[in-house]
Design a protein. Structure first.
Length: 262
């Protein structure tokens, strides 16, 4: 069975966003690329992280989003720090990296290490939890005390939240970003308009994500097919051995737009 989602995104973007470039036209990325590649080859980077480079394509992904080493950026929900271990060395000299939400593991295991001392932790009062008997997590007190940020990134986290949690995160990202700032989101693909089931908890409909994120004050600037996997039938939980490492994922690049005065 073919994967219908990528053609659907192409149709949606072409119809609704005339003039959007389908290929990221990155400029002056060489210096940042060198730093990303150096971070990926770092002696202290775990081997298990490096094994995933081929699948996650961090150089290409960060180039698509337009990362530059002199930006101010925030990574949401860094987990165990797979991307943090790349971003922190890249931003250390000329830029600024902050992390927010679910930062406990990297605070304990990473941020105290050499080279990670400049990473700031924001929104420490945020409450991330899964209500009793709930399928998804929610997010409260989500405000990030940062403004005029260049880029907010989150990788494979959007699916974890209920609607209220997603809205809280999107609105907090919008508040933290400068006008024209980039909201970069990657997640596992769910079939369009498919309801919740036992095999799709960690998947999310990209068309639904576009609509939700636009409602928080963003416009879709671009999307990438870097992580397209046509042989992923979107039928199974991403944790299954037959699917792990080969999930179809969407990468969406949003730009914060100016508020219209009423």
């Amino acid at each position: 069975m073919s994967n219908p989602i990528q053609p659907l995104i192409i149709t949606l973007v072409t119809f609704c966003f005339v003039g959007v470039s389908l290929v990221s036209q990155a400029e002056n990325f060489d210096a940042t690329r060198e730093k990303i590649e150096s971070a990926m080859a770092g002696a202290n980077r775990p081997d298990k992280d490096a094994v995933r480079d081929k699948n996650r394509k961090p150089v290409e992904t960060l180039e698509f989003f337009g990362l530059r080493d002199d930006m101010t950026i925030i990574e949401l929900l860094p987990g165990a720090g797979w991307y943090t271990r790349i971003l922190a060395p890249v931003m250390r000299k000329n830029g600024k990296l902050s992390v927010a939400y679910g930062t406990g593991r990297i605070q304990e295991n990473l941020l105290g290490n050499d080279g990670f001392d400049k990473v700031r932790v924001l929104a420490e009062d945020a409450k991330l939890y899964r209500p009793e008997d709930a399928r998804f997590y929610t997010l409260e007190n989500a405000t990030i005390k940062a403004r005029k940020t260049d880029m907010v990134l989150t990788f494979r986290n959007y699916h974890n939240f209920d609607e209220a949690g997603r809205m809280a995160m999107n609105e907090a990202a919008s508040e933290a970003l400068k006008e024209g700032g980039i909201y970069a989101v990657v997640d596992h693909t769910r079939r369009h308009m498919e309801g919740d089931g036992p095999e799709n908890r960690r998947r999310f409909d990209p068309v639904k994500a576009i609509k939700e994120i636009q409602s928080a004050g963003f416009e879709l600037e671009d999307y990438a097919i870097l992580h397209a996997r046509p042989d992923d039938e979107l039928r199974y939980e991403v944790g299954r051995k037959t699917v792990t490492g080969n999930t179809d994922r969407w990468a969406l690049k949003f730009k914060k737009v100016a508020k219209v005065e009423k």
